[in-house]
Ligand binder design. Sequence first.
Ligand SMILES: [Zn+2]
Length: 273
Amino acid sequence: MAMELPEMTRIAGQLKHELVGKNFKQLIFTDKVNKLTEWGFINLKQRDITHSKIIGVRSSGHYVFIEMENGYNLIFGDLLGKILYHSSKNEIPVKYTIAFVLSNDSVMTFHTSLYGYAIALTQEEIEEHKYIGHGGISPLYIDFTYDYFEPMLKANEKLKVKKIQSLYDYMIGFQNGYFQDILFCAKISPLRTISDLTPKEKETLFDCLMDITQKALAQDGSSDEVDIYGMPGNYNRIMGNHMKNKPCPRCGAPIVQKNILGSNSYYCEKCQK
Ligand SMILES: [Zn+2]
């Protein structure tokens, strides 16, 4: 799955505790880095982020920003993978994508199974970045109310419901994990067109989005993702590949898997209308 808002929020808090006040002494790159550099996910061979004090760590949606005194932010996000912290060099796992050795010889490793950002950008570059700079706000943000959500749907009403998870110019925080649970909760099919949703369905969708997000956050993220110490979260996903052909927890009909807009969706055709 993917690292979404609940996981990245937790990780940012942990990284803040471990990294602030230290600096990166050395970066160790593996072969995987070349491909990801080509794809634009990594630029750390070009940007020197070593020997600059780490002054802050914050999360925003499904991104983590590690702020350095030299003006660079090391950004992780859109990540299929994990970020781990090891108190000494001896504990580094055999496989990783990049290892960041810290000034006290502890190490942060960045692992990606397919893609994910590990990119150093100035504040100005963040704002200009096609993906990281999008203007959306996280559902944790105080301005993310139904009065914000409803016009967001209205402005995108020709799109399929599944697309709501990636309306990043409006809302950040999700990839393709939690939104399946949100749609299950709201009893809405990912295949619907947004303009077909009734006012009641839109309200339910908003409530489910907030509820599932808060629940996952309170449970330290999903049980199929890990924090920087390798500990999984406690949120058990309702929908996902573990549910293929299994009975729907609500109505018992078999859960279907369909590729929608380029990624798999799991949902109940009977009770998600
Ligand atoms: Zn069902």
